[in-house]
Write a new protein. Structure first.
Length: 96
């Protein structure tokens, strides 16, 4: 699984189109808006963001992360990933 917040739905959807279109992820979901509180360049900030959540084979994780970084409007996009267990059929679907 891969997670990355975007500044708006349009940029999250554009990234999802590229990631699925290039075969880097099997499925990209655009979640509802969230309020993020963070520290950036020494200052506390609030922002509304739209997370992208993707299912992908582990072998594509580094390439998907790198591609998101090229597509993302932030200077330092928060792209995080983790390994999850799933049904063998779902894993096969994601690989294919």
């Amino acid at each position: 699984m891969l997670y990355c917040p975007f500044p708006d739905g349009a940029s999250a959807e554009a990234a999802a189109e590229v990631l699925v279109g290039e075969g880097l992820v099997a499925c990209a979901q655009i979640l509802g808006a969230v309020r993020s509180h963070y520290r950036w360049q020494g200052k506390a900030e609030w922002a509304e963001e739209v997370p992208l959540l993707a299912k992908l084979p582990l072998a594509h994780c580094d390439a998907a992360r790198a591609r998101i970084i090229t597509l993302h409007p932030y200077d330092l996009p928060a792209v995080v990933s983790w390994t999850v267990g799933c049904a063998p059929e779902l894993e096969a679907w994601a690989r294919d």
